[in-house]
Design a binder for this molecule. Sequence first.
Ligand SMILES: *[C@@H]1O[C@H](CO)[C@@H](O)[C@H](O)[C@H]1NC(C)=O
Ligand SMILES: *[C@@H]1O[C@H](CO)[C@@H](O)[C@H](O)[C@H]1NC(C)=O
Ligand SMILES: *[C@@H]1O[C@H](CO)[C@@H](O)[C@H](O)[C@H]1NC(C)=O
Ligand SMILES: *[C@@H]1O[C@H](CO)[C@@H](O)[C@H](O)[C@H]1NC(C)=O
Ligand SMILES: *[C@@H]1O[C@H](CO)[C@@H](O)[C@H](O)[C@H]1NC(C)=O
Ligand SMILES: *[C@@H]1O[C@H](CO)[C@@H](O)[C@H](O)[C@H]1NC(C)=O
Ligand SMILES: *[C@@H]1O[C@H](CO)[C@@H](O)[C@H](O)[C@H]1NC(C)=O
Length: 318
Amino acid sequence: MKPSILSVFSLVLSTTAAPSDAGFSLVGFAKDHPPGTTTGGAGKNSKTVTVTTVAEFKKVVTDNEPTIIYANDTFNLTSRVQIGSNKSLIGLGKGAQIIGAGLNIYSQTNVIIRNFGLTAIPDDAITIRNSTRVWIDHNEFTTGNFTANGPDLYDGQLDIIRANDWITVSWNYFHDHWKSSLHHNYWRNMGTRGPAGRFGHQHIYNNLYEDFLYQAIHSRSDNQVLVEANVFKGKTREALSTYGLVIPDDSPNTSLDGDFEIDGYANLGAANNFGTAGVNITQGGDFATAPYVYTLTTLGEVKIVVKKGVGLGKIHEQ
Ligand SMILES: *[C@@H]1O[C@H](CO)[C@@H](O)[C@H](O)[C@H]1NC(C)=O
Ligand SMILES: *[C@@H]1O[C@H](CO)[C@@H](O)[C@H](O)[C@H]1NC(C)=O
Ligand SMILES: *[C@@H]1O[C@H](CO)[C@@H](O)[C@H](O)[C@H]1NC(C)=O
Ligand SMILES: *[C@@H]1O[C@H](CO)[C@@H](O)[C@H](O)[C@H]1NC(C)=O
Ligand SMILES: *[C@@H]1O[C@H](CO)[C@@H](O)[C@H](O)[C@H]1NC(C)=O
Ligand SMILES: *[C@@H]1O[C@H](CO)[C@@H](O)[C@H](O)[C@H]1NC(C)=O
Ligand SMILES: *[C@@H]1O[C@H](CO)[C@@H](O)[C@H](O)[C@H]1NC(C)=O
């Protein structure tokens, strides 16, 4: 399978403040933008439902009516489910689970997904295409055992492709995956794409990377990243690069010599801790400050704050 790639206009990868519900509020591009903040299913004429079966789940997620959907239990999908606009999907308690097939957000606006585990899903767990105002928060993405499966069976975990805007990806836990198409928070034992960006802008701050084997943040094809106060630990070959070459490890069986694109750009904001990982910035570009208010966790606190705050069972909605 051809690797999926990230092309977002504006994306924020963040962990921001301390791990309390208050500190988990929406920050960044999904909040501060011209059409107004991302509200999901909240607002006037909003309905609230709790679903426990796949049939109930599918019945309420696909239309565009403002709906807050609390999900309890495991949803074993037989095919991908398209999520409609104006939706908040919130896993209850220790998180709802999606298995079997993933979710698509295609040509939609105003979608929130929080507290879902997405495990061993072929293709991407969540694909966002041609959509605006999306907040992906406090989820856990894993393939289970990526070395056994190889890089091509499971595609990106969260894939934000083609003409998306105003997206925040916060407090997620991505682990044991070869090609993580993007995100943040806590990335452990991954191969490439943490994230890889093309033609967009990503503000990547306060993420923790552990054993990101090949290439973590890769900005290419005129993409611009602003990278600050992230921590890289363990075996990570390259923390940040902007050269156009897509290394062969990104997709070994489809491009033995790698693919060639034009370079991207990167600016460094507040200091990062790159550990022993390499950094290769070929050009800086003009994305040097984020156009919204946010609070940086100090570098020394990133590891503990991120590990404590990410993933399932951390939000206390409802
Ligand atoms: C979730 O489901 C469990 C068992 O299926 C049930 O005991 C529990 O009350 C449900 N929780 C909510 C909030 O609906
Ligand atoms: C999910 O459903 C598929 C059939 O669609 C089945 O083969 C599989 O065992 C189910 N998984 C679980 C964990 O129940
Ligand atoms: C829901 O989403 C649609 C886009 O599909 C938008 O035009 C509409 O205004 C939204 N409805 C509400 C009530 O927010
Ligand atoms: C993108 O989404 C808009 C609605 O927001 C729709 O009108 C348009 O046709 C979509 N474009 C593509 C290429 O899917
Ligand atoms: C992952 O797969 C490899 C190769 O099949 C196997 O050696 C290893 O024990 C597996 N690890 C886990 C945690 O299942
Ligand atoms: C690559 O292709 C070879 C030959 O088809 C296959 O044996 C191998 O498992 C593949 N490797 C991965 C990582 O998919
Ligand atoms: C950075 O990448 C460029 C382009 O691939 C390469 O020519 C250069 O040697 C690299 N620099 C370092 C320090 O690795």
